[in-house]
Design a protein around this ligand. Structure first.
Ligand SMILES: Cc1cc2nc3c(=O)[nH]c(=O)nc-3n(C[C@H](O)[C@H](O)[C@H](O)COP(=O)(O)OP(=O)(O)OC[C@H]3O[C@@H](n4cnc5c(N)ncnc54)[C@H](O)[C@@H]3O)c2cc1C
Length: 352
């Protein structure tokens, strides 16, 4: 079988890359073994324009957020589903310092940060001593629904191989690659942290980062917003269900849920929420993050038939649409890849 592109992995990166190839009438096969604890399956899917304790803008947010919105809406229109919903973030300040930091940033720029005049609005639901502000616009992307629907489409169009990709069976030439009975002009690795074991890309400065989340049920809470007090509380499509997380572990022994996160998060929720809740499940995954917090996009400098779309870190829902599209535009000769994201910036490392 001959195709234009062979894609390894159908997390959010592989899903969006194959979507844009489909839109360009390119032929492709996706190989994915549906790992249960892939990063995309554990993520909350939040698009948050603000990052960190100093309330700075997320990298490239003014470009990537509108593009992400349009992409998920287009996908939604295609499948008659809603994959993205606007949901502003109510940020309960955990300390007087954070209240000050928010107030200072508010005076500098108010594109995404807003004061919330009705400070007592959430008193019946939450304990909060230092007030709250609002981050808007923000969105929730329903990764599980989107990836499941796209997978069905891939199966129906015979574009999916639901199996493990075995690196030893790959033969990479300058002009094309061969994988078992498939010949492709390009192979693009969208395999999340598995790329750390890939001989072509293992020298990239990945910085894998483990995160965990609880799924809880709470019958009395409001679903109007995403709520944040140190941790995020995100309404899920199922009634009364919320995603609660996360943490950022740079050192970890395995990819499994930990007792420590469970205990800490339950204690935090008991102090924060004014209503009882039940923990329904506990998940963990390793984010394909990078040392310089920029994605890895593009083709190997010495083996141009092998490419990568990876390293989305904590921002897969906003970065993946933009860079999947850019990679497809690059493939079709219509644009270049942003220098900060292009793996060509690591030419020396990749040539070792
Ligand atoms: C707890 C947590 C919360 C998060 N919350 C958010 C959030 O709110 N917003 C946000 O933007 N980001 C969030 N993220 C980050 C986000 O999940 C990632 O940026 C993104 O999902 C990475 O997607 P990916 O497609 O690169 O990798 P993955 O999701 O890991 O997908 C890789 C795919 O490749 C497949 N694969 C791997 N190896 C093979 C093989 N050998 N053969 C076949 N298939 C293979 C796997 O089965 C998987 O389907 C969160 C992450 C975590 C862990």
């Amino acid at each position: 079988m001959n195709v234009d592109v062979l894609i390894v992995g159908q997390g959010i990166c592989g899903t969006l890359l194959s979507w844009f190839l489909y839109k360009q009438n390119k032929s492709f096969i996706v190989i994915d073994h549906a790992a249960e604890n892939s990063s995309s399956k554990v993520a909350a899917g939040i698009i948050n324009p603000i990052t960190g304790r100093r309330y700075v803008y997320t990298w490239m947010i003014e470009e990537v957020m509108p593009f992400a919105l349009e992409t998920y809406q287009n996908l939604g229109a295609h499948f008659n589903k809603q994959y993205i919903i606007p949901k502003s973030i109510i940020d309960f300040f955990p300390s007087a310092q954070m209240l000050d930091a928010f107030a200072t940033r508010l005076t500098e720029n108010d594109t995404f940060l807003h004061s919330f005049p009705d400070q007592n609005r959430f008193n019946q639901f939450f304990n909060y001593d230092f007030g709250c502000g609002e981050i808007r616009p923000a969105y929730i992307v329903n990764f599980p629904l989107l990836m499941a629907e796209w997978r069905k489409h891939l199966i129906n169009t015979q574009c999916l191989k639901a199996e493990e990709f075995i690196l030893n069976d790959l033969v990479v030439d300058k002009e094309q690659v061969r994988y078992r009975d498939i010949t492709a002009q390009k192979i693009i690795m969208c395999d999340g942290i598995a790329s750390l074991q890939n001989p072509w890309f293992q020298n990239l400065p990945f910085a894998p980062n483990k995160g965990e989340a609880l799924i809880i049920e709470c019958k009395e809470l409001t679903r109007e917003h995403i709520f944040k007090k140190g941790t995020m509380l995100v309404p899920l499509p199922e009634q009364h269900h919320y995603w609660v997380g996360s943490n950022y572990q740079w050192e970890f022994e395995n990819d499994q849920p930990s007792e420590r996160f469970y205990q800490q998060t339950v204690a935090h929720l008991k102090a924060w929420l004014k209503f009882p809740f039940e923990v329904l499940s506990h998940k963990a995954a390793i984010r394909p993050a990078t040392l310089e917090r920029r994605p890895f996009v593009g083709f190997h400098p010495q083996f141009p038939s092998i490419g990568i779309l990876n390293g989305m870190g904590t921002k897969g829902s906003s970065l993946a649409p933009y860079f999947a599209h850019q990679l497809v535009q690059h493939l079709t000769g219509l644009s270049t890849i942003a220098a900060e994201a292009d793996v060509q910036r690591f030419s020396r490392l990749l040539s070792k």
